[in-house]
Design a protein around this ligand. Structure first.
Ligand code: SF4
Length: 296
C-alpha cells in the first residue's frame, strides 16, 4: 500500500568533476521540478514512495566509487515500494544513464514483453541493478564498484521486501548463487530467509542469442505460481508447490530447496573478475544492450 509518492527526477547530468567536488553537492534532486526528457510512458516510473525517497537521494549524490565521475545520472531503480516481485539486473547502459531509469533500452523492451507474457506490467514490479551508475563503455562493473554499491541494493531489498526476486544476469545471480553458472541454474527456485530467488538470464542475452528468448519466457512463466497466494510461506512448501505447478521445459532446472544463504560475496568480498569472465559460455553472451539502443 503506497502511503505517498514523491516525484523524484533522475539525478541531473553532472559535469565530470572530482569526487571531492561532488561530495559538496546537496540533495538537489528531490524537487518537484519537471525533471526529464523521458518518453511520456516512462514518466510515471519516477514516482517514488517516501520510504524509498531518502535512499534515492543518497544514491543521487553518491561518490563512493569511480563510476560517480563518469555517470550522467544515477539509476537507483523503479517500481512500487510494495512490489511482490523484484527484478535485479546488473548495471545501467547508455539509455539508462541518460534517463535515470533501469531497463529503458532494447533489453528493457524485451523485459516488458516478458512481463506481459505473464500478465504483468512494468509499473507492478520493482526493478533495480547491482550498480547504480553506468560503467564506462558498458564494461563489467569492477569488484570494488560492486562492493561499494552493494549496500544500496541490500537496503532496497529490505525496504521493498519482495516475495520473489528474479536475478537477471550473472552479477545479480552471484549475490545468492556463488560460483554458479547461469547456463546451469537459470530457472532454478531457491529460498533464502523465506524469500524466493530465481536466477534468470539477462534480457540483453536474448538480444544477442535469440534462442534464449523462449528460455527466458519459460523461466518467467514460473513467476505467477511463485507469487500467487504466497505471503512469505515456509520456503520448503513454496519450493515444493511451485515445482509441481511449473510447466515442463526442454531443459528443466533442478529446484534448489533450502539452499543455505551464502555470504554475499559479490557485495562483501570482491568477485574476481577473471572468474566471472571465464564463466561466460557461448549461450551466455554479454548482458548489456547491443550498441544500437533506442527509446521505448
Ligand atoms: S555505482 Fe553505486 S557506489 Fe558507485 S558511485 Fe554509483 S551509486 Fe555510488
Amino acid at each position: 500500500m503506497l502511503r505517498s509518492l514523491v516525484i523524484i527526477p533522475p539525478s541531473p547530468p553532472v559535469a565530470r568533476t572530482p569526487v571531492a567536488a561532488m561530495n559538496e553537492r546537496v540533495n538537489s534532486t528531490l524537487t518537484l521540478e519537471t525533471p526529464v526528457q523521458a518518453p511520456p510512458q516512462l514518466r510515471p516510473l519516477y514516482q517514488v514512495d517516501e520510504r524509498l525517497a531518502p535512499l534515492y537521494a543518497e544514491i543521487a549524490d553518491c561518490p563512493r566509487c569511480p563510476l560517480a565521475r563518469t555517470r550522467s545520472r544515477t539509476v537507483p531503480g523503479s517500481g512500487p515500494v510494495d512490489a511482490r516481485l523484484m527484478l535485479i539486473g546488473e548495471g545501467p547502459g547508455q539509455r539508462e544513464d541518460e534517463l535515470g531509469l533501469p531497463f529503458v533500452g532494447r533489453a528493457g523492451q524485451f523485459l516488458d514483453e516478458l512481463l506481459a507474457s505473464i500478465g504483468f506490467e512494468r509499473a507492478e514490479v520493482y526493478i533495480a541493478n547491482v550498480v547504480k551508475c553506468r560503467p564506462p563503455g558498458n564494461r563489467d562493473p569492477l569488484p570494488e564498484e560492486l562492493a561499494a554499491c552493494g549496500d544500496y541494493l541490500e537496503r532496497q531489498i529490505e525496504i521493498v521486501d519482495p516475495l520473489v526476486i528474479a536475478t537477471l544476469g550473472r552479477f545479480s545471480m552471484a549475490r545468492w548463487f556463488a560460483d554458479a553458472r547461469i547456463s546451469r541454474i537459470h530457472g532454478a527456485i531457491a529460498s533464502f530467509d523465506g524469500r524466493t530467488v530465481i536466477p534468470m538470464y539477462h534480457p540483453a542475452a536474448a538480444l544477442r542469442n535469440p534462442a534464449l528468448r523462449d528460455v527466458m519466457k519459460r523461466d518467467f512463466a514460473k513467476l505467477p505460481a511463485l507469487l500467487a497466494d504466497q505471503a512469505h510461506t515456509p520456503a520448503a512448501a513454496l519450493t515444493s508447490s511451485v515445482a509441481e505447478a511449473t510447466v515442463p521445459t526442454p531443459e528443466p532446472p533442478a529446484a534448489i530447496a533450502e539452499t543455505p544463504r551464502p555470504v554475499p560475496h559479490v557485495f562483501g568480498t570482491p568477485l574476481p573478475r577473471t572468474e566471472a569472465i571465464e564463466e561466460t559460455t557461448a549461450d551466455e553472451p554479454e548482458w548489456r544492450d547491443p550498441p544500437q539502443e533506442r527509446l521505448l
